[in-house]
Ligand binder design. Sequence first.
Ligand code: ARG
Length: 402
Amino acid sequence: MGRAERVVLAYSGGVDTTVCIPYLKNELGVKEVITLAADLGQGDELEPIRKKALSAGAAESLVVDATKEFVTDYAFPAIQANALYENRYPLSTALARPLIARLLVEAAEKYGADAVAHGCTGKGNDQVRFDVAIAALNPKLKVLAPAREWGMSRPEAIAYGEKFGLSFPVKKSSPYSIDRNLLGRSIEAGPLEDPWNEPLEEIYVMTKAIADTPDQPDYVEIGFEQGIPVSLGGQKLSPVELITQLNAAVGRHGIGRLDMIENRLVGIKSREIYETPALLVLIAAHRDLESLTLTADVTHYKRGIEQTYSELVYNGLWYSPLKAALDAFVTQTQTRVTGTVRLKLFKGSATVVGRKSANTLYSDALSTYGADDQFDHQAAEGFIYVWGLPTRVWAEKTRASS
Ligand code: ARG
């Protein structure tokens, strides 16, 4: 890997990334560790985290509020792409990684660091996302991943930190591994490792159990402009405010939970629980508005693009030439995806019950079965003759020869 003098470390304030500080300095010979904690709306208090890094030996402790960029530059394009990995997971964790990588690279360039570091282990997708994104943004920077090489268990990591005077307050220790940001939570490990075990209610924070949801439905109207959500109930909201309000509005109806066996890039299957209330509802609403405003061929072609897009994002290729090309396609399709979608929220389901758009391609005159029908029924006959011609020829030929 080669030695690094000054390193910018992605810092969360947790045990692993805190232990990374003395580890980088003492085992990997790094002179100066600069930590960077990114605020992506995870709800943590960042001032104590900033101080904690300094007391663990960081030369400089940076805190960057990137919540707005997270929503506008990462979540919104993914919504336009209806991005769902394996048709289910809306990539709430995966979308955060290229942004954190960008913040790390920017800080490394600003502070003249020759490497960046993260606390990912060797089993997950996040290491891939960080390493590849960093390479794409600045291929000269080294990437150090102490937790990928140190082979310490959690208690060993704590003992290692204690050797360097770090103390880790014994919180009620959770068996789960949790990642959180404004878009959602991912929960794995502990009892969830058995795919047969039903998740305990205690793991959920953003979504209510059905037993605790209101007995009356709520309706929410989501306004989109060019495929980007801009309003709730007719009220224009900032991107962060919109996600925050929608998370609360749908989470209280128990909407937004996922329990899936997921195929990681590194070849492992893992059992993942997600709660991503706003993001799932926004994708459902956006896809519905597309059904009203896009032509059939664009809609159908886009489905394939969406799947490739979701896999790219999941697999750490956010900054890649194919991703950029798909972005251009998606952006082009969104120019007329403007309108409003109405959803009913009730007992764990968000159901689209209405949609409208000034750009609607739905034509009453063509669709109606009523008296004012304008569709030329006679024209169907010739169309069907030509459309079915290859099948007719095939049938005649195969019958004749059998
Ligand atoms: N499997 C998800 C992904 O690859 C989430 C990973 C992070 N989750 C966690 N609990 N540490 O995007």
